[in-house]
Design a protein around this ligand. Structure first.
Ligand code: E4P
Length: 217
């Protein structure tokens, strides 16, 4: 499974990228706000740091305006994926941008039918939001499962980009279901390394090692 990093903070991206754990980056207007950076400037910097797709989101609501914004964002770098919202206008914009050879990430997906439509207009990525469904007591992982089944039934190339990941269990379950990509905040990716028994075992080894009085270096 590919790991995208869900942030516009360049230091956090750099750390994961150096470890080979950043196959791409996703941003959205809220993450740009949080970074305090100019969208064009920070997107260019991120796109220059990582090899994989960097999603930059349009903010227009009408298809023709989304297309104009998307074309401008796509010019920033070759690895830009233009993010459009999962609306009827967003689907129109996706179709045009995808036909021009631009990677398109259809975001704010909350149903399998939305994902089916996005695949039909040639989206590169569909972003189902797991955490936000969980917030309203709907199991977001069921959506990932449904989209996987539908895409496999018909051989759609659109990649399932599991988004709004809030926990390490979300990450594990997306991998089990077969999401192509997950995008997660850096802290969630780092937490995947943790286990209480690892900490307990390491503590015991360190105590015993101290008793040996030995040194390796
Ligand atoms: C990524 O593309 C999404 O914008 C992001 O995962 C949303 O996450 P949130 O629901 O935690 O804001």
């Amino acid at each position: 499974m590919k790991f995208f990093v869900d942030t516009a903070e360049v230091d956090e991206i750099a750390e994961l990228n150096d470890l080979g754990m950043c196959d791409g980056v996703t941003t959205n207007p809220s993450l740009i706000l949080k970074s305090g950076r100019d969208i064009l400037e920070v997107t260019k910097e991120i796109a220059g740091m990582v090899d994989g797709p960097v999603s930059a989101e349009v903010v227009a609501l009408k298809a023709e305006d989304m297309i104009a914004e998307g074309r401008k964002l796509a010019k920033i770098a070759e690895n830009i994926a233009v993010k459009v919202p999962m609306t009827w206008d967003g689907l129109k914009a996706c179709g045009v941008l995808a036909a021009e050879g631009t990677m398109v990430n259809v975001t704010l997906c909350f149903s399998a039918n939305q994902a089916l439509l996005a695949a039909k207009v040639g989206a590169t990525f569909i972003s189902p939001f797991i955490g936000r469904l969980d917030d309203i007591n709907i199991d977001g992982l069921d959506l990932i499962d449904d989209i996987r089944t539908i895409y496999d039934n018909y051989g759609y190339d659109t990649q399932i980009l599991a988004a709004s990941i809030r926990s390490v269990n979300h990450a594990k379950d997306c991998a089990l279901i077969g999401a192509d990509v997950m995008t997660a905040p850096p802290e969630v990716i780092k937490k995947m390394a943790n286990h209480v028994l690892t900490d307990k075992g390491l503590d015991a080894f360190m105590k015993d090692w101290a008793k040996t009085g030995q040194k390796i270096l």
